[in-house]
Design a protein around this ligand. Structure first.
Ligand code: 9MR
Length: 453
């Protein structure tokens, strides 16, 4: 029992903190005058990269908290930050971001588990077998710490070369373990946190080209062989040398048609004024046109802290003023100032109009005295902004922890509402999980009707 609680302690805390923040998030969804709330009206998240070192700056935190519904730690979850010496994990900075996000009811993307860059120096000299062990231990260490708290993980980042070859990029993993390292990383990741969406993430794959074709072929192969992959991340770092491709939407759609979600993961577009705004509009419209494009993340809150600040690529200037690109994104998301914003009565696609969901139960782990259950919530033909599912436990059983949902109890009936995961696109799914003690009964719980709004 105590082992279970310790293993899930971050997840259990997350559920409580996120529940406290839910009221604020739901309230802002009605106004739809921020990026996060407008995106929620479209069944998407709108996120940003965050640096722990800036959270103490009041304007930074205020802009972050007001506008965004998801955060990606910009550097704090990378290998050099989390396992600087072998087997010794440090989560202080990443925890700071995750705790902040949860206190605001924001979702968290994990970035990134296996990448050739920002590797601590001890990794590269390892021999093949040792490197494989270290890679899997790193995945298990990170994903275990944040189990149930990260909706999508970038499992492998930037494993393909730029240019016309479509070849794999040279890295310690590629060079010593061969092509199979990616597959192995995804299999390890699935076992480490079955609730997280597992993503492959890369840049210069935003349009159809040799590199994106190579990623496409890999995803197709993974799907055909049952290698666990749920999502492809398109970084979308654009400038005049690498503009928003004209076939961006088509490219997102062809990946989605393979049976994976697509996410825009590191969006920034160098420029200013109306030209920059128009490019941002193209990106948002492309995502909204692809039902499996589940969310967008810009790579920073303010131009002044961007990794390419000289190019002023973000939505807020160095003084946190909204740029024209901000208004364009908000408008494209249907927020106030845009046309036909969410909340307009009868606007097709708004949550609440004919919203529906289904709930299905599976047992995901089993041991003599207990089990883990998972309930998958799937939106019906329209996007939803919230859901409620009831789970009736056999009388003897008791639930010791629950993640990705907020429970209330009446006898042995547990009513679960979302923590961070209320908004779903039409047909999209999320899940919550729980650990139950059998107390002598191995019977399955029953899941009642799912209701949505
Ligand atoms: O924005 C990140 C910057 O602060 C780091 O110095 C840099 C180090 O490689 O990584 C930047 O983020 C990268 C991301 O992790 C992966 N895709 C490209 C991003 C921009 O370089």
């Amino acid at each position: 029992m105590s082992m279970i609680v310790r293993r899930l302690s971050r997840a259990a805390t997350a559920g409580l903190v996120a529940a406290a923040a839910l009221t604020a998030a739901a309230h802002s969804a009605e106004a739809a005058d921020t990026l996060g709330s407008a995106a929620a009206g479209q069944g998407r998240y709108f996120g940003t990269a965050v640096a722990a070192s800036h959270l103490g700056e009041s304007d930074y935190a205020a802009t972050l908290d007001r506008e965004f519904s998801s955060v990606t730690p910009e550097n704090e979850m990378k290998w050099d930050a989390t396992e600087p010496s072998r087997g010794s994990f440090t989560f202080t900075s990443a925890d700071r971001i995750v705790d902040h996000a949860q206190s605001q009811g924001m979702d968290v993307r994990g970035h990134t588990l296996v990448w050739h860059s920002q590797l601590p120096s001890w990794v590269s000299p390892l021999g093949a077998q040792d490197l494989r062990t270290a890679m899997n231990a790193h995945i298990n260490g990170l994903m275990g710490h944040y189990k149930g708290e990260i909706h999508s993980w970038d499992v492998v980042n930037e494993a393909f070369q730029d240019g016309g070859s479509g070849a794999r990029r040279s890295s310690p993993f590629q060079d010593k373990l061969g092509d199979g390292f990616i597959e192995e990383a995804f299999r390890t990741a699935r076992a480490a946190d079955p609730a997280a969406k597992l993503c492959y993430n890369d840049y210069n794959t935003d349009g159809v080209n040799a590199k994106s074709n190579a990623v496409y072929d890999m995803v197709k192969d993974f799907k055909s062989r049952g290698v666990p992959i749920d999502c492809v991340g398109f970084q979308s770092h654009f400038n005049s040398n690498s503009p928003v491709p004209s076939d961006y939407r088509h490219n997102l759609q062809r990946f989605a048609d393979l049976g994976v979600d697509v996410q825009i993961t590191e969006l920034d577009i160098e420029g200013s004024g109306s030209a920059q705004a128009a490019d941002y509009t193209k990106v948002v419209e492309a995502c909204l046109a692809v039902s499996r494009c589940t969310g967008m993340t810009v790579w920073g809150v303010t131009d002044k802290y961007s990794w390419r600040s000289g190019g002023t690529p973000l939505l807020f200037d160095g003084d946190y003023n909204e740029k024209p690109a901000y208004g364009a994104v908000l408008s494209a998301l249907g927020g106030s100032g845009g046309s036909g914003g969410p909340g307009d009565p009868g606007d097709p696609g708004d949550p609440g109009d004919g919203a529906s969901c289904t709930a299905t139960y599976t047992r995901t782990a089993d041991w003599s005295s207990g089990y883990n259950g998972q309930v998958t919530i799937t939106a019906g033909a329209e996007p939803i902004s919230s859901w409620t599912a009831t789970v009736t436990l056999p009388a003897q059983q008791s639930v010791s922890s629950l993640w990705n949902g907020t429970p209330t109890w009446s006898g042995n009936v547990m009513t679960v509402r979302p923590s961070w995961n209320g908004t779903l696109a039409a047909g999209a799914s999320t899940s919550f999980g729980f650990t139950a003690a059998k107390n002598g009964s191995d019977a399955a719980p029953t899941v009642g009707t799912c209701t949505a709004s």
